[in-house]
Design a protein around this ligand. Structure first.
Ligand SMILES: *Cc1c(COP(=O)(O)O)cnc(C)c1O
Length: 420
């Protein structure tokens, strides 16, 4: 395995990491809630996964039902083009998604990744506005602190600083930005007033508002009041603008409700889902839209080669079959995380501790020493991947109470060891 790390070095790019950066850990195996890892110095770890591989592996690794779904579909056919053809896995998955999502979201576009689904949602909104005779409405309102993916259209609605807009002038479209929504109810009125004003000023050029409901993920693990989402719905309606909910991180029960918008009781015009959709097995995302949007646009101008990939759809269906039983654990995980992470709040290096559903966040007063904290957590039996000033967890829904306790203790202990 150390030889593997040698071969990896300088050859394979890792996300947002230099080619000659700190060595990753080699994966020896993954099953249930556990990862078997090996460090560059040969140390082996068998640890609890606190990350669900970036929100995806909600049922854990090598789940028998998901493994079986992939095997069964491989034995039928693995891929066919989606132009002019259809198949049971895609239709079944679309039916399940329509049933699971709120309101009259009833048309489904199967995309190949979260970022692509955001591209599709933006195009859908622009096509919608053009179809009702408002072709000048091509811009989007997004929130500072937001994250919507790494392709250039998606980047344009990410936070302009984190999204590195200055690095890619001309390539990334210029959008309109609201401040990050406030963390508490007390400042909501002022934020809503700013939203009303920005949209009123530019309504004639705006196609849609893009938002991660109640939890901004990769842009800072920021939890904010559902009334902000309710206000965006109202403002969008007042101006004939589409509300696009990016539920790629928040979807499928992670925040304690089926979708983030369910905290606000709001139905978006367009919804993007991804990440946990296949239970972490294959890359797949979906864009859902209302009957109104679907009828108006009719032909959506997008069509990826691997659209509706049967293997991905089959495992996504199997994952959604498991969801009710497993998502029922989320409220329990939430209260266990609150207890397990509480001691972290007393550390001198910690600014804030917050929990929403099966998401636990410890925010430090400064940047995390990622290499040192990762190693210190592994030595305490847990895999975490901190970023910026955040050490956070979104464990698989199948984690037992003692595993949540282990995660809390490891996160707190690692932060204390490295940062005090
Ligand atoms: C991860 C993420 C994306 C991008 O999804 P990819 O599958 O990585 O392209 C978009 N929006 C949100 C909210 C995400 O968390």
């Amino acid at each position: 395995m150390t030889a593997l790390l040698e071969r990896d070095r300088g050859l394979v790019w890792h996300p947002y990491a230099p080619l000659d950066g700190p060595s990753p850990y080699a994966v020896r195996g993954a099953s249930g809630t556990r990862l078997q890892l090996e460090a560059a110095d040969g140390t082996r770890f068998d640890v609890v996964d606190a990350m669900s591989s970036w929100w995806c592996a909600i049922h854990g690794y090598r789940h028998p039902a998901l493994d079986a779904a992939v095997h069964a579909q491989v034995d039928r056919f693995s891929h066919v083009m989606f132009g002019g053809l259809t198949h049971e896995p895609a239709v079944r998955l679309a039916e399940q998604l329509v049933a699971l999502t709120p309101g009259d979201l009833q048309h489904v576009f199967l995309a190949d990744s979260g970022s692509v689904s955001v591209e599709v949602a933006l195009k859908l909104a622009v096509q919608y506005q053009a179809a009702i005779g408002r072709p000048q409405r091509r811009r989007f309102v997004a929130l500072r602190g937001g994250y919507h993916g790494d392709t250039t259209g998606a980047m344009s609605v990410c936070d302009p600083v984190d999204g590195m807009h200055a690095l890619f002038p001309g390539l990334v479209a210029e959008q309109l930005f609201l401040p990050r929504p406030p963390a508490d109810d007390a400042s909501v009125d002022g934020w809503v007033a700013q939203a009303e004003q920005l949209v009123a000023e530019h309504a004639e050029t705006i196609a849609g508002i893009v938002v991660e409901p109640v939890l901004q993920g990769a842009g800072g693990m920021h939890v904010y009041p559902p009334v902000c989402v309710t206000a965006l719905r109202r403002i969008a309606d007042e101006h004939g603008i589409l509300l696009i909910a990016d539920e790629i991180a928040t979807g499928f029960g992670r925040t304690g409700t089926p979708f983030g918008v369910d905290h606000a009781g709001v139905v978006p015009d367009v919804m993007c889902v991804g990440k946990a959709l296949t239970g972490g097995y294959l890359s797949l995302a979906a864009v859902l839209c209302t009957g109104e949007v679907g009828r108006t646009v009719r032909t959506l101008l997008h069509g990826p080669t691997f659209m509706g990939n049967p293997l991905a759809c089959a495992v996504a269906s199997a994952s959604l079959d498991l969801l009710p039983a497993h998502a029922a654990r989320v409220p329990g995980i939430a209260s266990e995380l609150a207890v397990a992470l509480k001691p972290a709040a007393a550390l001198g290096s910690v600014r804030d501790v917050r929990v929403l559903g099966a998401v636990g966040v410890v925010q430090l007063t400064g940047p995390v020493d990622v290499v040192a904290v990762t190693r210190a957590a592994l030595e305490r039996g847990v895999w975490v991947r901190p970023f910026r000033d955040l050490v956070y967890t979104m464990p698989p829904y199948i984690c037992a109470p003692d595993e949540i306790a282990t995660i809390g203790a490891a996160v707190t202990g690692a932060i204390e060891q490295v940062h005090g």
